[in-house]
Design a protein around this ligand. Structure first.
Ligand code: FES
Length: 104
């Protein structure tokens, strides 16, 4: 069973509005709830490090605010403009907490 790390409370999330959280090693992770599911993605855009907490989320996609690279929220694959994948992290919601799953 993987260990977990608490990123935030689900109550902190508004639909489609990513927030910035600290990961277990101090890295930035953006967390967003979209269509009832919670996702965690890299906190900085893989292009030029714009904060993904400022990204737009709609229709199953997340779009960086700076140059509009767009990825699928399902798996971080590029959809429009993006030239590389968006790193994503597995999360579960338990007892109102958004937990990052860490492989042992
Ligand atoms: S910094 Fe995100 S698309 Fe350029």
């Amino acid at each position: 069973m993987p260990s977990t790390f608490e990123l935030c409370l689900e109550a902190e999330l508004n639909d489609d509005e990513p927030i910035e959280c600290d990961g277990p090693n101090g890295e930035l992770i953006a967390v967003v709830r979209h269509q009832g599911k919670v996702y965690a993605v890299a906190g900085e855009c893989p292009h030029q490090a714009a904060p993904m907490a400022d990204a737009e989320v709609a229709d199953g996609k997340i779009t960086c605010c700076l140059h509009f690279w767009t990825w699928s929220l399902a798996d971080g694959t590029p959809v429009e403009e993006a030239e590389e994948p968006l790193p994503m992290f597995p999360v579960v919601v338990e007892n109102g907490k958004v937990l990052l799953q860490i492989a042992d």
